[in-house]
Design a protein around this ligand. Structure first.
Ligand code: FAD
Length: 436
């Protein structure tokens, strides 16, 4: 089976096999359980931001991409309020009235998960002046993402559990235009090149930083496409007989070397590269992440989440880091600084292109995953998490620090990594099914 990749992950001293074992047995089960908790399942996103690059091209008309909103009461009040005044990083809001208002939390529009295409969102009406203050804390100069404005009335909470990333049928010119723009205009290009976008053989001509950029985007693209193959809607042409499951034919068509001019397995390897990059970012930020209370107002669940986060971070820290960010943008020269700035600019552009995605469900996951990757890049390259001494992240310095992560960034970081973990796990499922 070509999906049984061998050897080392490109640019990293680590075998694919080692990542498989580490992920499938130690990370994937823990993350799966953690990401089902309320703190991680609600992601705030603006789906109505206009595309800054071209007029709306209609995108996907399929019901698979439809948006359905659920009521405000379905999102834990504390998550609303903590978003509003930023105290989620440091503990409960001092307002005892709130807990009783959270009874419906986490029960967003039941049942719609089974139907293809309904996206559950909660329109947030509250606009907070405090948010503006919070924004000041977010050092935009170090941000790799063009993040949505929480103040905007169009920003909604999406319940990620009820809207899993899977096959939606979004394809054709709209989807291709997005990927084409990302690769042709926003990935650093090798001098020579042929094929639809960038041919991996020419990626070797690029410097390390540019290769890493391309591999990260290609890894993300591979992960998205693995999910649509792993969670495919088999209709059998008979209404009522629909079921979700692996689609081997779709997977072969997208990754088989013979059908992709030898590129498919390289794209799969890029998934492993991105996995190691985000893993390293989480390990690096672990001393900071360990101190977050992950507050939602439900004492029992918050305690469980804290234990589960520590357990996951301990696993992650125990894995020898294989992505070495200190080898990138070295020297402190003007040229290195310029390259880093270019890198950041290109990535920010990619987060903006997500506003052009024509399928809302794909947009939610595209935005979440690019924001998660952007958060990982911020951790790796902004310099604010470089302190070797973990005690530097004590609560006081966190409060003072201008480099806190917002709740949405933390949610995006963990969920984005969760997607990669799920993709690596899905590859094993495809592999096993082929061998049987
Ligand atoms: P595409 O995946 O559109 O790729 C276009 C070209 O890029 C290929 O022909 C190939 O030359 C090259 N390429 C392919 N993979 C890679 C790679 N890993 N690295 C480098 N180059 C590559 N569809 C869903 O069903 N569900 C979703 O949740 C979903 N989310 C999406 C999110 C975003 C942000 C985007 C842009 C698209 C999403 N799609 C989703 C659509 C999906 O990714 C494909 O675009 C679609 O299925 C059409 O596939 P395709 O065969 O035309 O090739």
């Amino acid at each position: 089976c070509f999906c049984e990749l061998k050897g080392n992950v490109d640019e990293c001293e680590c075998s694919v096999d080692l990542v498989d074992k580490f992920n499938n047995y130690r990370v994937y089960p823990r993350l799966k359980s953690l990401l089902s908790k309320n703190y991680f399942r609600f992601f705030k996103v603006n789906l109505r931001k206009p595309c800054p690059f071209w007029p709306d091209d209609g995108g996907c008309a399929s019901s698979a991409c439809t948006v359905e909103s659920c009521t405000e009461a379905n999102v834990p009040r504390e998550i609303f309020l903590n978003i509003k005044n930023k105290s989620n990083l440091f503990g409960p809001v001092n307002n005892p009235k709130l807990s009783s208002e959270s009874q419906d939390a986490g029960k967003c529009s039941e049942g719609s998960d089974e139907e293809l295409g309904y996206l559950n969102t909660t329109l947030t009406k509250e606009i907070s002046a405090d948010l503006a203050l919070w924004k000041l804390h977010d050092d935009s100069q170090h941000s790799f993402c063009d993040v949505d404005d929480d103040n905007n009335n169009d920003s909604v909470f999406v319940d990620l559990l009820l809207n899993p990333e899977r096959y939606t049928g979004y394809k054709g010119s709209s989807a291709q235009r997005i990927w084409k723009t990302i690769y042709e205009e926003n990935c650093f290009k090798p001098k020579r090149g042929y094929g639809p976008y960038i041919d991996s053989t020419n990626v070797g001509d690029l410097c390390l930083e540019k290769r890493a950029f391309y591999r990260a985007i290609s890894g993300l693209h591979a992960s998205i496409n693995i999910h649509l193959c792993a969670q495919y809607l088999h209709s059998h042409g008979v209404p009522g007989l629909q079921r979700w499951g692996l689609n081997h034919e779709e997977f072969q068509a997208r990754f088989d070397p013979e059908r992709t001019h030898g590129e498919g397995p390289k794209w799969l390897r890029n998934l492993y590269f991105l996995y190691l990059l985000e893993l390293r970012a989480i390990a690096k930020a672990a001393p900071y992440l360990e101190q977050l209370p992950f507050y939602t107002g439900n004492e029992t669940e918050d305690a469980e989440v804290n234990i589960a986060v520590h357990d996951l971070l301990n696993q992650i820290k125990s894995f020898q880091p294989h992505f070495n960010e200190s080898s990138m943008f070295t020297g402190g020269s003007k040229q290195a600084r310029k390259l880093k700035e270019e890198f950041r600019h290109h990535f920010r552009n990619i987060t903006r292109i997500m506003d052009c995605v024509g399928c809302d469900k794909c947009k939610v996951w595209g935005k979440l995953q690019t924001q998660g990757l952007g958060t990982a890049l911020k951790i790796l390259f902004s310099g604010s998490f470089d302190k070797a001494n973990p005690t530097a992240f004590d609560l006081k310095s966190m409060k003072r620090s201008r480099f806190q992560l917002t709740r949405n960034e933390v949610v995006a970081l963990f969920n984005a990594f969760g997607r990669l973990s799920n993709s690596v796990y899905s590859l094993e499922l495809f592999q096993q099914a082929t061998l049987n």
